[in-house]
Design a protein around this ligand. Structure first.
Ligand code: NAP
Length: 78
């Protein structure tokens, strides 16, 4: 079973590149961001939008969407 990687700030910059490289390394990538981008959509990974990392309610929403999935790698890029 693939390992799960959670990347915040995933729509551009280093976060986007991390998503691409982790996918290449066979991680199941969960890409969290405030708003997706065409480049992120093109990767074909799971995208969770409306994740504002400075807002606790937003983080709680992300946790709820992760449900009981165990995250093996968390890359917090912002
Ligand atoms: N690029 C470099 O060479 C370099 C070198 C050393 C360190 N760093 C550090 O690494 C981090 C990422 O760099 P980068 O070049 O990828 O920066 P970037 O292109 O500016 O991307 C920043 C990412 O963080 C997201 N973000 C910012 N504030 C957020 C918030 N409150 N909630 C959710 N997402 C938020 C942005 O989302 P939005 O699109 O929604 O704004 C974007 O996806 C920065 O802290 C930077 O200082 C970068």
């Amino acid at each position: 079973m693939s390992k799960i990687a959670l990347v915040t700030g995933s729509n551009r910059g280093i976060g986007l590149e991390l998503c691409a490289q982790l996918k290449q390394r066979d991680f199941d990538v969960i890409a969290a961001c405030r708003q997706s981008s065409p480049a992120l959509d093109a990767l074909g990974v799971e995208v969770i939008e409306s994740v504002e990392v400075s807002d606790l309610k937003s983080i709680a929403g992300l946790v709820a969407k992760l449900s009981d999935r165990h995250v093996d790698l968390n890359a917090d890029i912002k």
